[in-house]
Design a protein around this ligand. Structure first.
Ligand SMILES: Cc1ncc(COP(=O)(O)O)c(C=O)c1O
Length: 375
């Protein structure tokens, strides 16, 4: 099976992990700060808080801006459920905005139309690895005195108008799940220029306790205080060692992802009547966590099952969040709420893309698609 995404763990990555496993620290140790510093340096963000997953990162950011029952956060319907779940964890209400049907990114006009006096933030999701229209979103959030948050779990290594994903919003969440641009197994990070938010999140990831074990060791003190109801969202030192090693290859790997996308784009330009890749804006450098096509003439499912039969692990990203049974159980039947997201969901397929995908495998995928759509 050629999967749609897959990690690449090389010998130097393995050595980096082994070194930490032989050291004194396997959970919170020096590698956590080192990884935070490396991601800060890469993106240009001033603060980084490494945590156990992208979902934890999103939850930390909702905590830092003080989301509580009665507060609303605007979230695109076309995203992974974790983007909206993070609002629910804090007792807030996710309000679903529609996406632009071309690129599947949050439509700033739809988001603006949903703002009420309860709205605290817009969470922009860089779907597939393409940054959203942050200039327009920033205008909307500034005019309304609310926060702009970024779910960049897909877009590490991407840029918007020459600025890296990570510095485009008040707070940015990253994920290091194995199918992402770099991995720590499970892992995530929040980036922010707001020192106060970062301080809150350092505590929140550690049960709401004001010092961590290493800080207390340094002071030779045992006393600690829990001042907030936090969680155990800590990431381990060996995961961070893997992250540091992987980060050094990020630019090379993103270039390869872009190269693969260009091969697909070129191949599909001659079968436009059957399918269309999602377009990439000239304002961005896309980091292609996913390569998504829209299949025309209601043929998505036929192509999907046909490719799976050929051992190509295509996938669908995503079922619009408000259509999940859990959301239906709390909001009722919201079918029709986000027309573009619901329509486009029936047309999309994610094709294989990862740095070590071979050219022969790309050709095989293209060849299978050509044969199937022309049948
Ligand atoms: C858009 C988006 N947000 C958040 C997450 C959650 O990240 P994690 O799996 O690291 O918890 C994902 C995971 O794939 C995602 O795709």
């Amino acid at each position: 099976m050629i999967p749609y995404g897959k990690q690449l763990i090389e010998e130097d990555d393995q050595n980096a992990v082994m070194e930490v496993l032989k050291s004194d620290f396997i959970t919170t140790g020096p590698k956590v700060t080192e990884f935070e510093d490396a991601v800060k340096k890469f993106t240009g963000a001033s603060n980084g808080v490494a945590v156990s997953s992208g979902t934890a990162a999103l939850h930390c950011s909702m905590f830092a801006i003080g989301i509580k029952p009665g507060d609303e956060v605007i979230v695109p319907a076309m995203t992974f459920a974790a983007s909206a779940n993070a609002v629910l964890y804090q007792g807030g209400t996710p309000v679903f905005a529609d996406v632009n049907p071309e690129n599947l990114l949050i439509d700033p006009e739809s988001a603006a139309s949903l703002i009420t006096r309860r709205t605290k933030a817009i969470l922009a999701v860089d779907y597939a690895g393409q940054p959203c229209d942050y200039d327009t979103l920033r205008k909307v959030t500034d005019e309304n005195g609310i926060y702009l948050l970024s779910d960049a779990c897909h877009s590490l290594g991407a840029e918007y108008k020459g600025r890296k994903a990570g510095v485009l919003a008040d707070m940015t969440s990253l994920s290091f799940h194995p199918v992402k641009q770099i991995t720590t197994g499970e892992g995530g990070m929040v980036l922010t220029d707001n020192k106060e938010f970062a301080e809150k999140m350092y505590h929140f990831r550690n049960h709401g306790i004001t010092t961590d074990y290493r800080q207390r060791e340094k002071l030779r003190a045992w006393h600690y205080e829990m001042t907030e109801l936090g969680f155990n969202y800590r990431i381990t030192d060996f995961q961070c060692a893997l992250g540091i090693s992987q980060l050094a290859k990020l630019e090379k790997w993103v270039r390869r992802r872009q190269e693969i996308a260009a091969i697909y784009d070129k191949a599909f330009s001659s079968i436009k009547e059957y399918l269309a890749p999602l377009p990439s804006s000239p304002d961005v450098s896309h980091s292609y966590h996913l390569y998504v096509i829209k299949v025309k003439n209601a043929k998505r499912d036929i192509l999907f099952h046909g490719l799976r039969k050929k051992d190509i692990g295509v996938n669908v990203h995503y079922i619009p969040v408000h259509l999940h049974p859990y959301y239906r159980s709390i909001y009722g039947d919201l079918r029709g709420l986000c027309y573009n997201s619901e329509q486009v969901y029936k047309e999309i397929i994610s094709l294989p893309i990862y740095p070590h995908l071979k050219n022969s495998e790309i050709e095989y995928v293209i060849d299978c698609i050509y044969k199937m759509v022309k049948k």
